[in-house]
Write a new protein. Sequence first.
Lengths: 656, 251
Amino acid sequence: MTVRALTRYTRRRARPDIRGTAGRWRLRTVGMVSRLSRPQPTDLEALPQEKPVFTHTVHRAERKSELLIPPAVSTLALSAAGLLLIATAYWVGPFGAPWKSVVYFAGQLTIFLPAAYWLVISRTPTRNDRIGLVVVLFGALTATKLLYSPLEFKFSDELQHWRAATDILTSGHLFHNNFALPISPSYPGLETVTTAVASLSGLSVFAAGVIVMAAARLLMALAIFLLFERAARSSAVAGAAALVYVTNAHFQFFDAMFVYEAFALPCAVLVIAVVARRWPGPRANYLAWAAVSMVCAFVVIISHHFTSWLLAAFLLFLTPFAAWRPKRDPRPAVMALFTLAGIALWVRYVAPLTLQHASPLLTTLSELTHPSYAGASTAGRAAKPLFDQLFSAAAVVTVMLGVALGFVLARRAYRGSPLALALAASSLAYYGVVAMRFAPPYGAEISGRLMPFAFVPVAFVLAVALGSSKLRRLLKRMHAPVALVITATIFLGGLVSSWPPWWERLPGPYAAEAFERSVDPPSVQAAKWVEMWLRPRVPPSVHTAADVTNSELLTTYGALNTAYDVAPLFYARTWGSPQRAFMIANNIRYIVVDKRLSRYRPLGAVSYFSGGSKDHLPTPIPAGSLTKFDRVTGAARIYDGGDIVIYDMKGALHAP
Amino acid sequence: MPRKISVPATAAVLSLLGVALTYSHIALAVPVGVLAVLVAPGLSVQHLLFPGSQVSGAERAALTVGLSFAIVIVVSLGVNAVTKLTPQTWSLALALITCASAVAAAGRTVTDRSQRSARPAKPPGARRGAAIGLSVFAVLLITAAFSLAVRGASHLAARSHFTEAWLLPSTRDPGLAVFGLQNREGHRVTYRVVVQGKHRHVVRQTQVTLNNDGWWRETMPIPPARRLIARVYLADRPTAVYRVVKLAGGG
């Protein structure tokens, strides 16, 4: 007897005496046999049956694909073509070809749209197809960042962690001083794994870092798919949500960088996916799952402070949902307590600098409650092109509307899923994150940093909204093109409002104080010379004065301590007592002069120098102000690289 | 060999190869080293923890990477507390954990025969052939993209031509100074170096030819007045000072 026949037989037998113990038993039998009669998505938490959002896919999870070419493979080929287009745009970028931006965006859409078609529109892919599509999409978008800078780290955050990893590799010990990012040695997760790969493979820190971040990206793709699948009980919703997640502004560049947040976030998502999962089987298996979730939470705790706080916060947020329905589940509460205890112990005994490092966040949060928080200053920076402004605004508006709609739909559709309800509720935090952009002084920065976290629940509710049967009925045949346009708009909006900024979206020649475009061989070689020749002679308490870009390179490649807010030293037309007093007060001995600051305006920043340099207009510094150090009695000109000159001012400070 | 035993066994072999191939040729060390750190520890531990078919392929892949990260970090903290983190200590510690968990996983798998999962059926030949062909095509395109990106980045870096000159007191003997010159002009260059003391007294004068990326260093005594100026001229422009470095009393 087939399973289907058995189901029909049991139903017929159950109907007459549906009341009473026997009836209830038969009903259970009917349910069980019905469930057996259709292929089950594997390892999903057993939840009460809800009306699925993507109705066409829930019960097709295990069927075989009927396509000649698997969607993941065809998407891989198209993504590869997209990567070639992007590489072409990067290649012609420095030559100023007018069509380079068109080629760049065409490449981006060539990667994104095929995956969007398969994951949001098509009913054909199986669960495995969707996992493959998500992995291909995450991989291709990660590769775009590598294409931007394929030979070395150029982003300042990456250089900070490069320094920390290099110190571990050369000394064989953890927890060094890092002048570029003092907090990073206290959270050595990323650097530890990278140096292990570099040690055993013989690769450079750069190559090992690229490989480790690729592994972290693979983990992110799988973990976020599994998380959404647990929440929605549907691989279709999971695939669509994973696709929406890649549209967040920081996904393509910042979260693909060699930075501790990008390493910790996948582990945090994995922890939530494991906690939300059913832990079946004997007691040993239960303990095994508990051990896995705890050890992964430990990785998050010692890898990135902010990610660990948000992990604990989300687990706490999940606790009442899990305790309330449909059965009391203590695991989120236990894991939240474990994470909080781990954070407290780590901050108390290993990373006491954390609270000091987090003060900008606290400042911004306090500013949000202040009535005059609106209107973050961007004066002095070049205005964004209209295309960027339009797509950026369209993406934010679309997401805000989508979150509202998705929240309502997800609440109705997933009443029995604590994880889905918690994701839906936490998606509302997106509005707060957007509002934070307007809170000075660090609002825009912190809002951007929060976006990869805020977009996890946002992606879920947007996917629910995109796949809702109401939207399908409303739009009928237009559903597919509208869904594609919506996802593409959010994707392009995220792309144009993220890193790198529009004026360095494509690599180009040197520009002053323009982040990655200022990191060029003269500055890098000068910093490497400093590490080789100067660092062994200089105690950590001695500071060096330089502009923003050279300060970053000196603290990372050069491993020197640099002074903050040194504009008065460089802008002064002559050398005198105020300059000498300033240097003595700030314990500055070396001055690094970049002569190009007298020829180029600062492109990416409002000033050449960090700190409170608002008194100084962003105009090129007069050449005489930069060469005045040549005429200072007792000053030693110890390095001359043409554009970069380094002075040892020890003799000048004590000269009569 | 049953599949459930072969997987942890492979992980153990990988980690042992990681120990054996430390400092070997990079073509061997790179694949083995990367797998020994990022795959082998997580693979063997998750097979120990979850030997049956209760975990899907995607979940196993995620756990492999996540647990590998975790094990490497925990091992590093432990090794750092006891001794130095070197290729030997890292590879030995990781191999120890990987092999121990692989052996335990193999034992647990043999006694737990009920939980064996079926292998997924292979797709038909035509479908497989098309997928492989398209994948190879994609790999070729990706290779071309990276070649183009590397070429573009190299070309951009090669646009900076400069020469570095430096002059520092020696760390070994305070009476000596070290003068250095490094050619980053992108081609072979001949320099004329003139080193002068107080009152333009010539301490040293020489001509140096350096290939691209070539360097030259010279140690010389610092005069009693501790004033030393080194001027660098290009051979084809003998009157224009190209680089100047100096020690002026306080250096």
